[in-house]
Design a protein around this ligand. Structure first.
Ligand code: ADP
Length: 394
């Protein structure tokens, strides 16, 4: 069977999926990852029906970094029979000011993407590593880069600029926004399941360990809560969300913290984890009776409501609100509390549908339709990869 490999590479995990290309479209065949790279490396993969295909642990030194994980994953993938690899689709966090859509990768594109490493130093190098390795090993297999920023690329300058001297904007200091592959998938999904809303004004809340919201109009991004980096906007598992830049200046100038220490704080020690002192995981916070865990949840819900209000203003009102990603898809209590904060917009939750995890969780009287739609960034990457493969063949 002809197949596509989708790769999502981070510093501590390498996620991959295989999609078969059939007459009926794309069919997920394998979903796997190597997690705990450099600490407790573990390769796990399942078939589409949930059958465990592999569950293998490695010594930390054997899979000590991402390149070693890529080799380990490749070695295992080569044992799969009956698949003919047609292309590889990669999640690449930053498409910079240039890329408004996924792109077939060649040496010149790769060089360009490497120049965006300064814009996303924690993610971009990891995203590009498997592209380089695959190019060296398998130069004939086409590769496609799909960007987290591209979906927001159409934002006009008044939306994506900061009030800073002009040359910073020209140098790339802009509000790019992220989670674009998730929002694009949800926009397409909404078109399938609720076409009446897909045409309208919609807020999508991608609430995972990273969290953001996007204002969609007619399926296009109009505004989003993340900015130059994925630190802005909503509070997240370990990131604070919107923060007065004066805090950063204070930490460096008055408290003597190094830039590296501040970066570690903002990316890894803040957010729900820092505020609660308990955990970055919403499940732990909900289960905890520690008052600081309660504060972290209260703050998260409050900021979600506040940011929804901002996006509703950008849209001039809303017709639908979609919950997605880890917290949004799985946590009925958090959905209920956020829905309460949307009451002023006319949202009325159906608590039974919410507890049951139904797709539509608002009452028929609700002026805002509330949905729970699981996201699928990998499928979005596979769709883009297949589309570019076809244009290449044409
Ligand atoms: P990522 O951003 O890493 O892709 P996910 O979208 O998978 O993350 O979201 C992971 C987060 O979802 C976890 O850290 C956890 O806080 C949250 N989560 C998952 N299941 C539940 C649940 N049942 N209740 C509350 N939170 C949940």
């Amino acid at each position: 069977m002809d197949a596509l490999l989708v790769v999502n590479a981070g510093s501590s995990s390498l996620k991959f999926q295989i999609f078969g290309i059939t007459d009926a479209g794309l069919e997920r065949q394998v979903k796997g990852q190597i997690a705990g790279i450099g600490t407790h490396p573990r390769l796990q993969a399942k078939s589409a029906d949930g059958t465990v295909l592999v569950d293998r642990s490695y010594e930390a030194g054997v899979v000590g970094d991402l390149p070693a994980a890529i080799v380990a994953a490749r070695d295992w993938l080569l044992t799969l029979e009956g698949l003919k690899l047609r292309a590889i689709g990669h999640r690449v966090v930053h498409g910079g000011p240039d890329y408004a859509a996924p792109v077939l990768i060649n040496a010149a594109v790769l060089e360009k993407l490497a120049t965006y490493q300064d814009l996303a130093p924690l993610h971009q190098p990891n995203n590009l590593a498997p592209i380089r390795q695959a190019m060296a090993i398998n130069p004939d297999v086409p590769q496609v880069a799909c960007f987290d920023t591209a979906f927001h690329h159409s934002h006009p300058e008044e939306v994506n600029c900061y009030a800073m001297p002009r040359h910073f904007y020209d140098d790339g200091v802009r509000r790019y926004g992220f989670h674009g592959l998730s929002y694009e998938y949800i926009a397409e999904r909404l078109h399938e399941v609720a076409p009446q809303n897909a045409q309208g004004r919609v807020i999508v809340a991608h609430l995972g360990s990273g969290a953001s919201m996007c204002a969609l109009k007619d399926g296009h991004s109009l505004e989003t809560t993340m900015g130059f980096t994925a630190l802005d906007g909503l509070p997240m598992g370990t990131r604070p969300g919107q923060l007065d830049p004066g805090v950063v200046l204070y930490l460096i100038l008055q408290r003597g913290m190094s830039a590296k220490a501040v970066s570690d704080l903002l990316y890894h020690e803040a957010g729900l984890k820092g505020l609660s002192g308990v955990s970055n995981d919403m499940r732990d916070l909900l289960a905890s009776d520690d008052p600081h865990a309660k504060l972290a949840i209260d703050h998260f819900v409050y900021r979600c409501g506040l940011n929804a209000g901002m996006l509703a203003a950008a849209l001039g009102g809303i017709d639908a609100f979609v919950f997605t990603a880890g917290v949004g898809e799985n946590s009925a209590p958090i959905r209920a509390r956020i829905a309460e904060r949307l009451a002023w917009l006319g949202a009325v939750l159906d608590p039974v549908a919410n507890e049951a995890g139904a797709m539509l969780i608002s009452t028929p009287q609700s002026r805002v339709a509330l949905y729970v739609l699981p996201t699928d960034e990998e499928l979005m990457i596979a769709r883009h990869t297949l589309a570019l493969l076809k244009t290449r063949a044409a």
